[in-house]
Design a protein around this ligand. Structure first.
Ligand code: PLP
Length: 377
């Protein structure tokens, strides 16, 4: 069976290997021993990847996309009554946490800062020492809307120092499994099946410090997004509370085997870094300019300004690339005319090389000279 899928240079959904997709061609009941064992293996392997012990940590699987896990941590970790969340927002995913707090009526403050820079540590420290007490502090590791990689470990250390009772929460959706992160000062971390671990979409997971999760019973205002209850039920019955994503978990188990075979975090991270380097070098050679400076940029996704040429229309560019089998993504940064190219998922050197050939061909079709003029600032 050959693959005719388009290549997804996006933040997700991402390409998966054929063997990962084949692994889910099986119907298992939720009480099937094979399935129960698979869930247990997956939970243990997630902790191994995170570099933390089973004694102190647990990986809670939750049905749905990544957003469900982010919202589940906010719901679960924020006490009723005196809960107050601090959100560090320098992009769309930080801002989405604000929306979640508004919708659930959770008290929150936020530090909003430039979408193309990591956080200013003095600004964060000032907020943490202004007399307010926070119950959870949240940050996104790789802001996938821009590709900026945030200074999470530095922020987490400050949170421990100035707000020792607060839970530290990291949305590592697009970085977990490819960019190392020390969890010493972190209590909750989330990601989802179809990001750097290259499973199929359908569930997400929260890696939780057990002693923190145990303090969260009864906090959640949502039945389905209650991580503490999800965990307690799993321990007591070995079951999900509601219909489990059986096929997706079988695929994930296979994806984790492939992750190990590639050399784990190091091997996966190296491939993504190589993909990113090939793509960025090629785009810069074609005249495109990056939105984010290299020193702040991840190896996950990159933003490029539109060229300053009257023939450049993103929709035309997108459609012509899609016709050639390459899917890119619109930008998501306020005030900047840009598009994004991701390099995670089952993408390899030859895919990055082919993308660059396609981009050059499309520019030619659009009668835009190379190197492209611009950027549109
Ligand atoms: C950093 C980050 N947070 C949250 C999300 C939301 O995940 P989903 O779209 O799977 O709900 C994404 C999606 O790409 C993301 O990159």
């Amino acid at each position: 069976m050959g693959s005719i899928d388009k290549k997804l240079f996006t933040p997700g959904p991402l390409n998966c290997s054929l063997s990962t997709k084949e692994a889910m061609l099986k119907d298992l009941g939720s009480r099937d021993e094979t399935f129960i064992q698979t869930v247990s293996d997956v939970r243990r392997e997630l902790l191994e990847i995170a570099g933390v012990s089973e004694h102190d940590w647990t990986a809670v699987l939750i049905q749905g996309s990544g957003t469900y896990a982010v919202e589940a941590v906010l719901q679960t970790s924020t006490p009723r009554g005196d809960g107050r969340v601090l959100i560090l927002a320098n992009g769309a995913y930080g801002l989405r946490m604000e929306t979640m707090c508004k919708v659930a009526d959770l008290e929150f403050d936020s530090i909003r800062s430039s979408e193309i820079l990591p956080f200013n540590i003095s600004q964060v420290e000032a907020q943490l020492t202004n007399g307010k007490v926070y119950t959870t502090v949240c940050i996104v590791h790789c802001e996938t809307s821009s590709g900026v990689i945030n200074n999470v470990e530095e922020v987490a250390e400050l949170v421990r120092k100035h707000q020792p009772l607060a839970f530290m929460f990291v949305d590592a959706m697009s970085s977990f499994g490819a960019i190392p992160l020390g969890l010493t000062n972190i209590d909750f971390l989330v990601s989802s099946a179809n990001k750097c671990l290259q499973g199929v979409p359908g569930f997400a997971y929260a890696i939780c410090r057990k002693q923190c999760l145990a303090k969260c019973a009864g906090n959640s205002r949502s039945l389905s997004l209650d991580l503490e209850h999800q965990e307690r039920n799993m321990i007591e019955t070995r079951q999900f509370r509601f219909t489990p994503p059986t096929h997706t978990i079988l695929a994930f188990k296979q994806a984790l085997q492939e992750f190990k075979a590639e050399g784990g975090l190091q091997g996966r991270g190296d491939r993504y870094a190589a993909n990113c380097q090939i793509m960025k070098r090629g785009m810069i050679k074609l005249g495109f300019k990056s939105l984010v400076k290299d020193e702040y940029a991840s190896n996950i996704i990159s933003c490029f300004f539109y060229p300053d040429h009257e023939n450049f229309k993103f929709k035309t560019f997108y459609t012509a690339l899609s016709d050639k089998g390459e899917i890119i993504y619109p930008g998501k940064v306020t005030d900047s005319q840009c598009f994004r190219i991701g390099n995670i998922g089952d993408l390899h050197k030859q895919d990055m090389d082919r993308l660059l050939v396609s981009v050059e061909a499309v520019l030619k079709e659009m009668e835009i000279p190379v190197p492209v003029p611009g950027p549109v600032l």
